[in-house]
Design a binder for this molecule. Sequence first.
Ligand code: AMP
Ligand code: ZN
Length: 664
Amino acid sequence: MNTKQKINQLRAELREHNYNYYVLDNPTITDYEFDIRLKELQALEDKHPEFFDANSPTQRVGGEVTKNFETVTHEFRMYSLDNSYSKEDLQDWETRIKKLVDGDIQYTCELKYDGASMSLTYENGSLVRAVTRGDGFQGDNVTANVKTIKSVPLQLKGDYPPKFEIRGEIVLPFDGFNKMNEERLANGEEPYRNPRNTASGSLKLQDSAEVAKRPLECLLYNIKGQNIGINTQYESLEKARAWGFKVPEASKLVNSIDDVLKFIEYWDVERHNLPYETDGVVIKVNDLQQQEELGFTSKAPRWAMAYKFKAEQVSTRLNSITYQVGRTGAITPVANLEPVELAGTTVKRASLHNADQIEKLDVRIGDEVYVEKGGEIIPKILGVDLSKRPNDSTPTVYITHCPECGTELIRKEGEAQHYCPNYNGCKPQITGRIQHYISRKAMDIEGLGGETVALLVSEGLIKNYSDLYELTKEQVIPLERMAEKSADNLVEGIAQSVKIPFERVLYALGIRYVGETVAKKLAKHYKSIDAIAKASQEDFVNVDEIGIKIAESVVDFFGSEENNAIIERLKQFGVQLELSEAQLEGQTNILEGQSIVVSGVFESISRNDLKKLIEDNGGKVSSSISSKTSFIVAGDKMGPSKKEKAEKLDVMMISEYEFLQKIE
Ligand code: AMP
Ligand code: ZN
């Protein structure tokens, strides 16, 4: 056997042992024997660098240091999941999806692992990339760190497809977590708070050798790719397992929501015996064709649902209530609590939402309150333990004036929130608005962060977002922590933002109720800021899906002279305040007012492109057939019950080609 063959043999052998140990939990040799073989391989590789392989088992020990994690755009967006909390929620979900797909629905039930989500890309059986979820659109490239996790296969086995992505959760099992904390305590260090944050923190360590020391695991649940020959979710779990991934055995294929509930009941108790943390169950429509038909909302797949196990509750003392002022002037009352342990974290604050909520709960300072931690980051107060109420307690009186600027608060008819109306003079509003303007989904200004904005405002250098464009390097250098280079970056980043397209600028302006989706709609419909500024409330309401609240708010915004002056200045600085030529191209309003359903599988165009074409031409994509449907673009394999419905309601069906001709 020559050296190359020897190296390959050792690698294959070690890989198998790794798999037995970390994926199957069933080692067939001792750790000592494993180490000897690993050292042997290491020695050979050191002597023969020409046979280096980044995915060799020797690479598991780490050593690569990443200073800045590269940002990578996900080929397939990583969505979040909708949550349900009861049997009724699940039944409602089933009713909704049954309207959208044909035939019986089977469900795959899986546990919801509580860790950090991860997308792994494999090419020809080798791990090429590991990327964190990030914001779902793009994440960080943490390949060097993930390679050190032993249950992540570096080389697959069996008949895997040439290229695919697989998603899962990196978790830190309780055992390993507790060991890490024992060590920290012994070293006089503060213990880590919970396994989940420690797992996601580990992925961002710069030194992969440090990550290698942490007992992380990777549990997989979803395969993504083109033509990978898989038809159901359950099959994909089995395949992934066969290729060498760690896929927990707990998953189950069932035929009804009743059986889903049985799975939930069983695991709500049994999960306490698992080695890692779970916070619920994920239910997925099993058939991938049906999944495709159901598609996604702007946040989550319609074909999946998370069921959250009941959250833990504790009681603690309410010490005080403070009031925060948001960027829109909205006031949020916050409960400051006697610190208490809850679901693995120390809770000090809880949201009280608004004045009605305080009144409804009748919470008073000094009360013992029940606190629950659900999916949200900030826990909520459920009620008061009246048996412990102090004798001298008095009802909470909501503030009448802004805690920041002293202006009298207002509350509009029918709204829950109080507002500080001092739009241009209230500091947190000014700062918050500019922080929103520069944020990633808005103008995405590189080199400028929220803290610097706060500093610029308090130093009096800027009063609104249009002032940003006149900032000079000389002005910002004297600021705290500002070096020459960062000052350059800041000014350059601001200058670059004039390239950001109109719909995002519109969102960046921070008009109340104008979120990303509404901004897109308005931009598409009106095409320029001038047209929007001129429109009346009635005009707006006639635009699809723009309600009275939004209309009022937009009219209000442009009714202010100050706002118009700011926009005038933005214009002078070259900020995009209308759709560009390129954006206008290909857009028509041929389909204006039409509601169109897309169903089946298409030959010449993807479902998403088809939907985009409909929207670009002024039409509205609707997911279910009704008497209001203008026509259906029907592809191959359109379900029989949909067809039946279309025929019954006498809705026209056209092919993808007829559709393309129509918009030519
Ligand atoms: P959430 O962050 O609460 O919206 O929940 C969505 C996240 O649950 C996903 O991004 C995954 O990281 C995670 N997750 C955990 N287990 C599963 C599973 N079996 N299937 C899908 N997602 C899961
Ligand atoms: Zn104020």
